[in-house]
Design a protein around this ligand. Structure first.
Ligand code: MTE
Ligand code: MO
Length: 363
């Protein structure tokens, strides 16, 4: 398949295309290794991928949060003169898993109907946003920074032009572990993932990791954009009228590396694999059930100690008899959060974290 907004090929075995977005099929990750290969990595575009030339690109840092008040420009070569940092981290859409609000909980929510494939883990190389902000003349009074993308302005379904994709980031996070990344898995950042430079905000919802960044406003006052006021907050009956605070960390999730409804042969042992992840400092435990949740056992974890990526796990199963089965996986993160049986609904379907009942047929 192809998408009008995406440059890279999207083979049907690897992706499900959803409008200007493409999600990774988890079954296609079996045996690919720890990092998501760049050609399997999901793409989430509000509009479409701009093809930018690194030689013409500049980053402008500006705003009343700079001591001298003047805009400062950096070319890609300027950025590469700062100390380089390499970090493994996932990028995951806040709406990943959204389709299960409807299919598993019977709730209606708006937004792209992702299954669990709006996540990828890569090795990012770039420079610390903190270093660049300090070089630009960061003032002690600064509280927020707002990176903005060079992709086309986003026009909603009802015709409202919301301007270019941009989302405020509190200075505390910006100075902590955020990168301006120019490489992904050892290659120059691909067009679809933000070429030549993207923001990479480890453990936070994907919208924070602004692609094709062209400028960063630094402000002594809190900043706002539709991406932290109207979107990427939790709204609905269980939340205050103005919604929750803007979303930050990701929740805990797990996925089996199996097709939805996969067939498995009865009478022989299968090594089943999957992955679990969280914005809460890594996964410490994964429990699995092959009988719809009646009995649970521990899965073997293969990537202990990973903090900003996922863990791969496996379990062996000899299906007792032909028929339909539900496979369940429930992860617990370092912060002590365990995946619940249901997720409290919110109107835009963010942060689904409940255990997904994955159907298979034993033949
Ligand atoms: N940055 C810009 N400029 N434009 C976008 O549409 N989408 C965001 C974020 N950064 C987006 C963006 C969202 S919602 C997500 S989930 C991630 O990028 C997806 O990153 P990926 O396409 O590299 O997987
Ligand atoms: Mo997203």
């Amino acid at each position: 398949a192809t998408s009008p907004g995406i440059v890279k090929p999207l083979p049907d075995e690897w992706f499900t295309v959803r409008g200007t977005n493409a999600e990774t099929r988890f079954a296609s990750l079996a045996g690919t290794g720890y990092h998501t290969p760049v050609d399997h990595f999901f793409v989430r575009n509000h509009t479409s991928t701009p093809v930018l030339d690194a030689a013409d690109w500049t980053l402008t840092v500006h705003g009343d949060g700079l001591v001298h008040g003047r805009a400062v420009e950096f070319s890609l070569d300027d950025l590469k003169r700062f100390p380089a940092v390499t970090r493994t981290a996932f990028v995951e859409c806040a709406g990943n898993g959204r389709s299960y609000f409807s299919s598993q909980q019977g709730q209606t929510v708006s937004g792209t109907a992702w299954t669990l494939g709006a996540i990828g883990t890569a090795r990012w190389r770039g420079v610390r946003l903190a270093d660049v902000l300090r070089r630009a003349g960061l003032d002690r009074a600064a509280v927020d920074v707002m990176p903005r993308g060079l992709d086309a302005p986003y026009v909603t379904a009802d015709g409202t032009d919301l301007g270019r994709v941009r989302r405020p980031l509190p200075l505390s996070k910006a100075l902590d572990d955020v990168l301006l990344a120019y490489e992904m898995n050892g290659e120059p950042l691909p067009y679809d993932h933000g070429h030549p430079v993207r923001v990479l905000v480890p453990s936070w919802v994907g919208i924070a990791s602004v692609k094709w960044v062209g400028d960063i406003e630094v402000s002594a006052q809190p900043l706002y954009s539709p991406w932290n006021t109207d979107f990427y907050r939790l709204f609905g009956d269980s939340y205050p009228p103005g919604g929750s605070a803007p979303l930050t960390r990701q929740t805990v999730k797990s996925a089996w590396e199996l097709a939805w409804g996969a067939s498995l042969d009865a009478g022989r042992e299968h090594r089943l694999t999957g992955r679990s992840w969280s914005g809460g400092g890594g996964i410490v435990r994964v429990d699995v059930s092959t009988d719809g949740g009646a009995r649970w056992r521990r899965a073997r974890l293969h990537d202990a100690g990973r903090r900003d990526g996922w863990v791969r796990w496996s379990t062996d199963w000899r299906p007792p008899a032909p028929g339909p089965y539900s496979l369940l996986a429930r992860a617990t993160d370092r912060a002590g959060r365990t995946q619940p049986d249901t997720t409290v609904a919110n109107t835009q379907g963010y942060l689904f974290d409940a255990v997904v009942r994955h159907p298979v047929t034993v033949v």
